[in-house]
Design a protein. Structure first.
Lengths: 175, 109
């Protein structure tokens, strides 16, 4: 159990670093998929079965495929990306490291929340999450469908080509 | 069910908090580190996921399904955000023929 946690933690941290460091965007996407799968493993260790399945379906199945399609559509799978200047990159690493130090320093004396010892083995199952979703959180659930509708309309609006727009770039032929 | 409860308790909550802090910092540093807009969007996804992991860990340790419902909502918002973000990236490639995030400086922010 603990060994599995540390294994998944190491895999997720290493693949997250690879996402940032990889030169080729396709390699970044593959590393991010590995990271998401290991996070799904964490969900299973926490007995959040519903979330683990939804996470794999939504993130690995839908979002990452969308990323991959866009990278292939835009023909970005060559590492011709201009790099940021070395000063900016060093500043980014230092800022991230300082942020991490601040966060870790905040919890060095424990997280400050007494553990309530109300463990419930059925809390992550579909029944418990579904009951909570459709009683307490019914209104946000319905409102989120409006959010999806607006996101869909926004994506179509942004994605369609304007009429008077000249054909610029190599993707306009494929679009 | 008692086996599951004891199994969840073997990993202390602090370790989940630390893991999610590390993932969030990597995502934040990556968003500043890279110029490719698609990679920046992926780093945003990484930060979303670290927060999701934290919410799930607290929810499982406190026996409250509300945290997991919030994770579900965060996933919905992330899906909508990625749809619009990738549409913006496609439009950007069409208009300025690049996905370099430094090209998005027309507003002089």
């Amino acid at each position: 159990m603990q060994i599995l946690f540390y294994l998944f933690a190491a895999v997720s941290i290493l693949s997250a670093l690879f996402v940032v460091a990889a030169k080729n965007p396709v390699n970044s996407v593959i590393a991010l998929i590995v990271c998401f799968l290991s996070i799904a493993g964490h969900y299973i260790l926490l007995n959040a079965q519903f979330l683990a399945v939804v996470h794999i379906i939504v993130y690995t199945g839908a979002i990452m495929v969308l990323f991959l399609f866009v990278i292939m559509l835009l023909n970005l799978n060559k590492s011709t990306e201009p790099q940021k200047s070395m000063a900016t990159r060093i500043a980014a690493v230092i800022a991230g490291g300082l942020f991490l130090l601040t966060l870790l320093g905040a919890i060095k004396d424990g997280i400050g929340i007494a553990n309530p010892d109300v463990y419930d083995g059925s809390v992550g199952l579909v029944k418990s999450v579904g009951t909570s979703l459709f009683t307490e959180y019914l209104l946000p659930f319905e409102v989120s469908s409006v959010l999806f509708l607006s996101a869909m309309i926004g994506a179509v609006m942004l994605g369609k080509k304007d009429k008077g727009q000249p054909d610029g770039g190599e993707i306009s032929g494929a679009a | 069910m008692n086996d599951i409860v004891t199994a969840i308790r073997t990993v202390p909550l602090e370790h989940y908090v630390m893991l999610s802090f590390v993932l969030f910092s990597i995502g934040m540093a990556g968003a500043m580190f890279r110029r490719n807009t698609i990679i920046v969007l992926m780093c945003l996804e990484l930060m979303f996921n670290s927060v999701n992991l934290l919410l799930t860990a607290f929810s499982a340790h406190h026996g409250d399904p509300g945290g997991q419902v919030f994770v579900f909502f965060i996933m919905l918002v992330a899906a909508a955000e990625v749809t619009v973000g990738l549409a913006i990236v496609v439009m950007m490639k069409r208009n300025v023929d690049s996905v370099d995030i430094n090209q998005l400086n027309r507003m002089r922010g």
